[in-house]
Design a protein around this ligand. Structure first.
Ligand SMILES: NC(=O)c1ccc[n+]([C@@H]2O[C@H](COP(=O)([O-])OP(=O)(O)OC[C@H]3O[C@@H](n4cnc5c(N)ncnc54)[C@H](OP(=O)(O)O)[C@@H]3O)[C@@H](O)[C@H]2O)c1
Length: 317
């Protein structure tokens, strides 16, 4: 029996659907009925229900966005660092492996090829680098699982949210046996305030940057497959291979959905942070070689985006 934590959330809901669709026996817990943030309660649930694998899709993301985490320190620290540690410790004590939904937001930038060597460039907002991303994608490589987070409390600047996600990984990576699954900017065909494709359509002005992304159901399938295939425990970047600029995604929205509106972009980072954001945003490219080497398949990000837009389900608002 699988135990799923955080099923009431955006990602937890997708895990719940995948488990239901595959008729996998599972138990979902919400804090509303069972306070799974308490070690003694969680370990009792694990033991009583003979749990064989625990999925942690719970966490504090901040609503409407990560700027909220800049003031909600206690919730952010509790949801993203202390809770994962409690969960990993309870699982280790009960001898149960776990899977934790982490985030790629602990990185900024990408590796860029220059004169035959690769160097890390943290800031992709520079027009020259966006041009490289658009015109010469082979000159760009993502961060892999051996790279230390470079958008964290150890490597500032970072947002408070990203700092607590990186600390969460650090706290749990050697506790028991488990997977750290790094998600990055989820999207799919279902219009929803949490979906990147919805967000882009609702922003008054779009912030153009370079990112890897995760199709929500592809992410969930890949995570579950790692466990089913008995892939070695550890950290996995779980994004669709490749990367896109926000402008490229907006171009796809315009071509496929043909919205009535026109899109405007913030002229510069400076303008974006002056008017629309408080804390630094992570924009980054992730490398998925490790995930693909296990035999788990992920379609390229452009293909997943096109598929989502071609099957777009508008929300009745
Ligand atoms: N959405 C994204 O863009 C994104 C990107 C990268 C990574 N992630 C990570 O993916 C995980 C799930 O994110 P999500 O977008 O699905 O979040 P969400 O929609 O806000 O759902 C998270 C769920 O976590 C539970 N929870 C447990 N402790 C909590 C706390 N202290 N504060 C708030 N909620 C708490 C809540 O369920 P109950 O109260 O019912 O138990 C809540 O429904 C998080 O770890 C997040 O950091 C998300």
């Amino acid at each position: 029996m699988i135990l799923l934590l955080g099923n009431t959330g955006y990602m937890g809901h997708a895990f719940e659907k995948a488990l239901q669709d595959s008729k996998t026996p599972f138990l979902s817990l919400s804090r509303k009925t069972t306070d799974y943030t308490r070690f003694e309660i969680l370990i009792e649930v694990i033991r009583k229900n003979k749990i064989t694998f625990l999925i942690n899709a719970a966490g504090y993301t901040g609503k409407p966005n990560v700027d909220t985490c800049e003031t909600a320190w206690a919730d952010t620290l509790q949801g993203n660092t202390l809770l994962p540690l409690t969960i990993a410790q309870a699982c280790a004590a009960a001898g149960v492996p776990w899977g934790h939904v982490s985030s790629g937001c602990i990185f900024a930038g990408a590796k860029i090829s220059e004169n035959g060597t690769w160097r890390v460039e943290k800031d992709f907002s520079k027009p020259a680098l966006k041009k490289v991303a658009e015109e010469n994608p082979f000159a760009i490589r993502g961060f892999d699982e051996t790279d230390e987070p470079n958008f964290s409390f150890r490597k500032p600047p970072c947002s408070f949210y990203s700092g607590t996600k990186a600390m969460g990984e650090e706290a749990i990576k050697n506790v028991g046996e488990g997977y750290i699954w790094r998600l990055r900017i989820p999207f799919d065909e279902n219009d929803n305030g949490r979906n990147y494709l919805t967000k882009l359509q609702r922003y008054a002005k779009v912030y153009d940057n370079v990112n890897s992304l995760s199709h929500r159901a592809d992410f969930v399938r890949a995570c579950l497959e790692l466990w089913q295939r008995k892939a070695p425990f550890g950290i996995y970047n779980v994004t669709n291979p490749g990367f896109v600029t926000s402008k490229q995604v907006v171009g796809m929205i315009e071509t496929i959905l043909k919205p009535a509106r026109t899109f405007e972009f913030w002229e510069s980072d400076e303008e974006f942070y002056r008017h629309a954001a408080k804390t630094p945003r992570s924009n980054c490219v992730m490398d998925v070689t490790k995930l693909l080497s296990t035999g788990v398949k992920m379609r390229p990000v452009q293909e997943a985006l096109e598929d989502s837009l071609c099957h777009w389900q508008p929300e009745n608002r």
